[in-house]
Design a binder for this molecule. Structure first.
Ligand code: 9MR
Length: 440
């Protein structure tokens, strides 16, 4: 149960708690087709489960005695992340003396209520215990790997996904690794952590987790993408990428979010939205939550969404009222939009861009140019807008009609199916073009 892998299904809803007898009675009495009698999920976890996804929350051990809190958490969510209790300072306060008391309380609450657990986090520059902050070099490398091994071994078999490494890239336009004592042990510290985690718990999915990686055109997003691509090509054990998704006016929900999620997924990893919260209120906040859900539902390997806390008053930034329940435990408008979007399965409220999705994959590369493969799903009558990067220009295309030579290209079907390709002259930029799909 605890390590069961959930595979999203785009279509075909489970009937949840509606029994066959009840359903038959409904169909007979209403005289309607069975498909329209299928129950919409009435909680976040039930609605997400319709497409095989999970819906989770961060849990704080010291709130497990608050019944208002646990009532909502138990009803709405089927995935739990320890907000602070599995971090380095909590689990190894003194070197080689481990304390799992509060982490175990959360796992125990989750297990006894039938929920799965995301582990957060094994290696991070922040919230290190004092002894680790003062270490460097090979001693720190060994201590970090020992920490990964000991903690992942303690929780072996009980963790759906581990955030093995958290927040290892710098903000801004550099695309560089974040400077930290861990980074200064050598650039390979991240892959070393992943290998140690795999050895300790072979059944947990191993994720890289970060923030400000939502907008496909941001340097940090590209840098993480390039690392994951490199790891996959060299066989470093990575299974998933976590997008923290902490949004506010300075870091808004990007319109190309489904492109970001889809491009990472195309590397052969699951993607998960791991710490979602959106500053704001009312319709604006609710629409942004809906956009996030729709972006996840548009990507089959987006396997679940977790919000970073239950009620606004539980949030690490409660003044931003960023969650789905208010301080009194009432459902907010953002809750209703989120639930509706999950129940719509990504096909409700048709908008430009809905109805088809496109994945963009890098292919053959030469010194001056590279190939890009594009695959459309969801429709056979599509138009794909391809955004070339920098001074890139089109050399060639196949299996679609492509117009334009630089900037934004437009591709439409030419009778050769839904997969097509282009060759792009780099002209100084090797960044993968982005693409959006709309139906015609
Ligand atoms: O929500 C967490 C808060 O209670 C802690 O004080 C803080 C300490 O760093 O960490 C918060 O959670 C962070 C998470 O572990 C990593 N991504 C950013 C989250 C919000 O700061």
């Amino acid at each position: 149960m605890m390590t069961r892998t959930l595979t999203p299904r785009r279509r075909g809803r489970t009937l949840g708690v509606v029994s066959l007898a009840t359903l038959t009675a409904l169909v007979l009495s209403a005289g309607i087709a069975a498909t329209s009698a299928q129950a919409a999920g009435s909680t976040l976890q039930a609605a997400a489960a319709e497409s095989g996804r999970y819906f989770g929350t961060a849990i704080a051990a010291n709130k497990l005695s608050d019944t208002a809190y646990t009532t909502i958490a138990n009803r709405e969510f089927n995935m739990v992340t320890a907000e602070n209790e599995m971090k380095l300072d909590a689990t190894e306060p003194n070197q080689n003396q481990f304390n799992f008391t509060n982490g175990d309380r959360i796992v125990s609450w989750a297990r006894s209520n039938g929920k799965q657990v995301r582990g957060h986090t094994l290696a991070w520059h922040s919230q290190q215990p004092g002894w680790m902050q003062n270490m460097s070099g090979s001693a720190l490398r060994s201590a970090m790997l020992n920490h990964v091994t000991q903690v992942a071994t303690h929780y072996r078999g009980q963790i759906h996904s581990w955030d093995v490494v958290n927040e290892a890239f710098a903000d801004g336009s550099s695309g560089a690794r974040r400077d930290s004592n861990l980074q200064r042990t050598g650039n390979d510290w991240i892959e070393a952590a992943f290998r140690a985690a795999r050895a300790a718990d072979p059944n947990a999915k191993l994720c890289y987790n970060d923030y400000n990686t939502d907008n496909w055109s941001h340097a940090k997003t590209q840098a993480v993408y390039n690392m994951v691509r490199d790891f996959k090509s060299r066989g470093v054990p990575i299974d998933c990428v976590g997008f923290q998704a902490h949004f506010n006016s300075g870091n808004p929900v990007p319109s190309n979010y489904h492109t970001t999620l889809g491009n990472f997924a195309a590397l052969g990893v699951d993607v998960q939205i791991t710490e979602l919260d959106i500053a704001g209120s009312g319709t604006s906040q609710a629409e942004q939550y809906r956009g996030i859900v729709q972006a996840c539902l548009a990507v089959s390997r987006c396997t679940g969404i977790s919000v970073w806390g239950v009620r606004d008053s539980d949030s690490w930034r409660s003044g931003d009222t960023p969650l789905l329940f208010d301080g009194n435990g009432n459902k907010k408008l953002a809750y209703n939009y989120t639930l509706d979007a999950l129940n719509a399965g990504g096909t409700g409220n048709p908008q430009p861009g809905d109805g088809c999705t496109v994945t963009v994959t890098r292919a053959e590369e030469w010194s001056d140019r590279f190939n890009v493969s594009l695959a459309v799903s969801g429709s056979s009558t599509w138009r794909v807008a391809i955004q070339l990067q920098g001074a890139q220009s089109l050399q060639n295309s196949w299996n679609a009609t492509v117009s334009g030579t630089s900037g934004t290209l437009t591709a439409t079907p030419n009778g050769n199916g839904n997969s097509f390709g282009i060759t792009v002259y780099k002209n100084g930029s090797t960044t993968l073009p982005t693409a959006t799909c709309s139906t015609t």
